[in-house]
Design a binder for this molecule. Sequence first.
Ligand SMILES: *[C@@H]1O[C@H](CO)[C@@H](O)[C@H](O)[C@H]1NC(C)=O
Ligand SMILES: *[C@@H]1O[C@H](CO)[C@@H](O)[C@H](O)[C@H]1NC(C)=O
Ligand SMILES: *[C@@H]1O[C@H](CO)[C@@H](O)[C@H](O)[C@H]1NC(C)=O
Ligand SMILES: *[C@@H]1O[C@H](CO)[C@@H](O)[C@H](O)[C@H]1NC(C)=O
Ligand SMILES: CC(=O)N[C@H]1CO[C@H](CO)[C@@H](O)[C@@H]1O
Length: 461
Amino acid sequence: MTEQKRPPRSTTRGFYVKMKILHKHGRPQQEKSSCCFYTYYKWLLWLSLSLYFFTSYLITNNNNNLKSTKLSPLDSTNSNTTKNPLTTNLKFQQQSSSLLNNLKVFVYDLPPKYNTNWLENERCSTHLFASEVAIHRALLTSKVRTFDPYEADFFFVPVYVSCNFSAVNGFPAIGHARSLIASAVKLISKEYPFWNRSRGSDHVFVASHDFGSCFHTLEDVAIADGVPEIMKNSIVLQTFGVIHKHPCQEVENVVIPPYVSPESVRKTMEKAPLNGRRDIWVFFRGKMEVHPKNVSGRFYSKKVRTVIWRKFNGDRRFYLRRHRFGGYQSEIARSVFCLCPLGWAPWSPRLVESVALGCVPVVIADGIRLPFSSAVKWSDISVTVPEKDVGRLAEILERVAATNLSKIQRNLWDPRTKRALLFNNHVHEGDATWQLLHALSKKLGRSYSSSTVSRQLEIDT
Ligand SMILES: *[C@@H]1O[C@H](CO)[C@@H](O)[C@H](O)[C@H]1NC(C)=O
Ligand SMILES: *[C@@H]1O[C@H](CO)[C@@H](O)[C@H](O)[C@H]1NC(C)=O
Ligand SMILES: *[C@@H]1O[C@H](CO)[C@@H](O)[C@H](O)[C@H]1NC(C)=O
Ligand SMILES: *[C@@H]1O[C@H](CO)[C@@H](O)[C@H](O)[C@H]1NC(C)=O
Ligand SMILES: CC(=O)N[C@H]1CO[C@H](CO)[C@@H](O)[C@@H]1O
């Protein structure tokens, strides 16, 4: 976690201010030597900062070695008497590891055919389902990773299933997902004792496409297929989530955001107008006619996009485009409201892109379960429009603009919100991988290492 090695901002500033004051005081007497005086202090600052980074590095490493001490939140806050940056940093370290309950995750080292071979296609690690790659990557260098499976709370099974892009339509072909995962489970349960001893309950998978671990893009087929028997006892990190009962979430799960490259967001923001003016009022780009699907009474709701197009295409306040455009992120950065209507599945990458680029997401997907709701207060940063009210969209957004738009934007532009939805190559405190680890740390009861599961199994057998 690179961020923690940065000195607490207030300390640096204090030092800098002190330096400036000294500099000012010295001025009257030392008019001529002031340049050298200044250089001298710059060197001193540089020297002390390097010394500081070096010592905090040592302390961080020592701290990692003391992993057996599970700190309670109380322990981590009672060392506030000194304002010494070293103690402050140590305190920060302890706080963040106690926030994750000193979680330990073992990452299986599977043969490359299950994961890294797919990376030959560059799209595999950047497309909207790429959280399966990003999470694996971030875990490998994370502080929670353990190389000793006997001390692990959870076991991560890195199988990339969304990277077989069809030559015809460019979408991932996920027909092989079930067999690839089954084969991985067969391998680990043969070579290691950990799957069998917990029946997989402390094993973690990613299923980042439309209907989670149902592994099919059509909802009715996905429902008919259901979650594979072999994964039913495990934990699935999935982009799909609804508040009602649904066969594709009948497994212990954590709703995660779809993958959006932090690099692409950064590049777009660099090119965004400096004055931050947003000249598009309502933005949507994407397929307008998603084939209606006939699933248990939810048939009507699939027409949401068609209604938006028919009703608002002629409205000058609405900027609606139905064709693909590589530069669409710059359009989001220019927009006040960004429509996130359901498509094939309720979730969409638009949600993350809107938040990351500062456009208020307008969620039109009844019953959607949004990612990391304990960290992201979705009701404070977005507008929700029921599917049945989509025809009144303009009226609803006018009212928000006239009343609480600036409040919503202020909440939305809090950097913590954006951070929670983006996956980085290395875990940063508060980013998407950190959030899911935090969610896992609340599920320690499923871990064999904690006694509940082992005791339960003894009773069962
Ligand atoms: C990739 O998808 C195609 C269908 O588009 C399928 O025929 C092929 O078997 C898949 N490849 C693997 C390795 O599963
Ligand atoms: C786990 O159970 C499976 C099936 O019951 C068995 O084939 C496998 O050998 C077991 N693994 C170990 C490590 O004992
Ligand atoms: C939807 O499916 C039901 C059966 O599940 C069928 O009776 C009905 O005709 C279908 N509706 C349409 C419009 O296809
Ligand atoms: C903004 O106002 C709408 C009603 O117009 C309300 O439903 C919503 O909760 C408000 N949002 C915030 C963040 O205050
Ligand atoms: C959070 C915490 O422990 N705060 C304490 C910091 O120290 C002062 C006095 O040194 C206490 O008054 C605070 O309660």
